[in-house]
Ligand binder design. Structure first.
Ligand code: ADP
Ligand code: F6P
Length: 339
C-alpha cells in the first residue's frame, strides 16, 4: 500500500527497531519558516526514545563535507518561533552524481547515522531516495513555501509565506488606491502558482497570473484594466507568479497601453523569512515526530504528508511520480470575486 496513517497506528509510537540508535537530520533546498519546529521535533522525539541525534549542517553539501554535530534537547531550545533553519541549508550539485551519493551514504555509515530525516522539497527527496537505495534509512518531510509537492496538501512554510505576502500586498494596495494606479505584485513559487492563487483570493486581486494558466492574453488584460476604470474602481491589483515573471516590463507595457500609472513590486525573499505561523509550527512538529516514529518502526524511503485531513506517509518513488494540479474551480471563483 502506498499510504498509511501513522496517527491511527499506535504501534509506531512504541516500537523501536534494534538497528536504529542514531538519527540524523538535515534541511535542504530553499529554507522555509517552520523548518526549525520540524528539527526540534525530530531531536526531542528521538531523544525521548533514547536515541542519539546528529544534525547535518548545510544540507547534502554539509553531509559531503562531514559538517556533522551532536544535538541535545537544549540545542533546539528557543527555536520553534524562529524563521530560517538553524542547521542552514544549501543546494549541492555533487549529490546529483552517483559518486556523490555513494560518498554521502558512506559518511552516514561512518557517523553511525542509522536513519536520516531530510526536510526539503522534491529535489531533496530524490537525494533521500538515492541514499535509501544505498542502505541508509531515510524519511522526507515536505518543506517549501511553494506548496508544489504532489503527495501532500500541506508543506512547511507555505502558510507563513502566504500570510507574509498577503500583509505586504495589503500595504501596496493602500498606496495603489491613493494614486489610482495599477499594481503588479510578483510573488514567489518557482514553477507553481499556489502562492499567487492564495494571495489573489486573500487580497481580492483583480487578476491572478500563474504559470498553470493557459489563457494568459495581455491585450485582454489591458482591456479589462480599462473596463475596470470605467466601472469606477480605484485601482487594479495583479498578482503575478514568479513562474510568469517579467513584472517590470509588463508594468511598462500596461502603462503605455492604458495611460494608467502602473508599478511593479517584486516581493522576493522576504516571503521566505519571519516567524512561522501557528499552523506551520504545529504541522512541522507533528511531521518531525512522525519521521522519527517511521524510522524507529524500520521504515525507509518514505515521505511524510498531510492529505485529506490526515497525516500520512508514502513511498518516495510513488510520491515523486504523483501529479498535482491547481484547482480550476478556485481560480474561477477568484475571477468572479474580482468583479
Ligand atoms: P527542493 O528540495 O526544494 O526541491 P532542489 O531541487 O534545489 O530543492 O534540491 C535540493 C537538493 O537536493 C539539490 O541541491 C541536490 O543536492 C539534491 N537533489 C536534487 N535532485 C536530486 C537528484 N535527482 N538526485 C540526488 N540528489 C538530488
Ligand atoms: O523554492 C522556494 C523558492 O523561494 C522559490 O519560490 C524560488 O523560485 C526559489 O526558492 C528562489 O531560490 P533562491 O533562494 O536560490 O533565489
Amino acid at each position: 500500500m502506498a499510504e498509511n496513517s501513522v496517527m491511527d497506528n499506535d504501534k509506531y509510537l512504541d516500537e523501536i527497531e534494534d538497528s536504529i540508535r542514531t538519527i540524523g537530520v538535515l534541511t535542504s533546498g530553499g529554507d522555509a519558516p517552520g523548518m526549525n519546529a520540524a528539527i526540534r521535533a525530530v531531536v526531542r522525539r528521538a531523544l525521548a526514545k533514547g536515541l542519539k541525534v546528529r544534525g547535518i549542517r548545510r544540507g547534502y553539501h554539509g553531509l559531503l563535507k562531514e559538517e556533522i554535530i551532536d544535538l541535545s534537547a537544549r540545542d533546539v531550545s528557543d527555536t520553534i518561533q524562529r524563521g530560517g533553519t538553524i542547521l542552514q541549508t544549501a543546494r549541492c550539485k555533487t549529490m546529483r552524481t552517483e559518486e556523490g551519493q555513494q560518498k554521502a551514504a558512506a559518511i552516514c555509515k561512518k557517523y553511525g547515522i542509522d536513519g536520516l530525516v531530510v526536510i526539503g522539497g522534491d529535489g531533496s527527496f530524490a537525494g533521500a531516495q538515492k541514499l535509501a537505495n544505498l542502505g541508509v534509512n531515510t524519511v522526507g518531510i515536505p518543506g517549501t513555501i511553494d506548496l508544489d509537492i504532489a503527495c501532500t496538501d500541506y508543506t512547511i512554510g507555505f502558510d507563513t509565506a502566504v500570510n507574509t505576502a498577503m500583509e505586504a500586498i495589503d500595504k501596496v494596495r493602500d498606496t495603489s488606491t491613493s494614486h489610482e494606479r495599477c499594481s503588479i505584485i510578483e510573488v514567489m513559487g518557482r514553477d507553481a502558482g499556489y502562492l499567487a492563487l492564495w494571495c489573489g483570493i486573500a487580497n481580492g486581486a483583480e487578476r491572478i497570473l500563474m504559470p498553470e494558466e493557459h489563457d494568459y492574453d495581455e491585450q485582454a488584460l489591458i482591456d479589462d484594466i480599462l473596463a475596470n476604470k470605467k466601472r469606477g474602481k480605484k485601482n487594479y491589483i495583479i498578482i503575478n507568479a514568479e513562474g510568469v515573471g517579467d513584472s517590470i516590463n509588463m508594468a511598462k507595457r500596461i502603462e503605455e497601453a492604458t495611460g494608467i500609472e502602473t508599478r511593479a513590486t517584486i516581493l522576493g525573499h522576504m516571503q521566505r523569512g519571519g516567524s512561522p505561523t501557528c499552523k506551520d509550527r504545529v504541522y512541522a512538529s507533528i511531521m518531525g515526530a512522525m519521521a522519527v516514529d517511521l524510522l524507529c518502526a524500520g521504515k525507509t524511503n518514505r515521505v511524510v504528508g498531510y492529505k485529506n485531513g490526515e497525516y500520512v506517509d508514502f513511498d518516495i518513488e510513488e510520491a515523486l511520480a504523483m501529479k498535482k494540479t491547481i484547482s480550476d474551480y478556485q481560480y474561477n471563483v477568484a475571477k468572479t470575486l474580482a468583479l
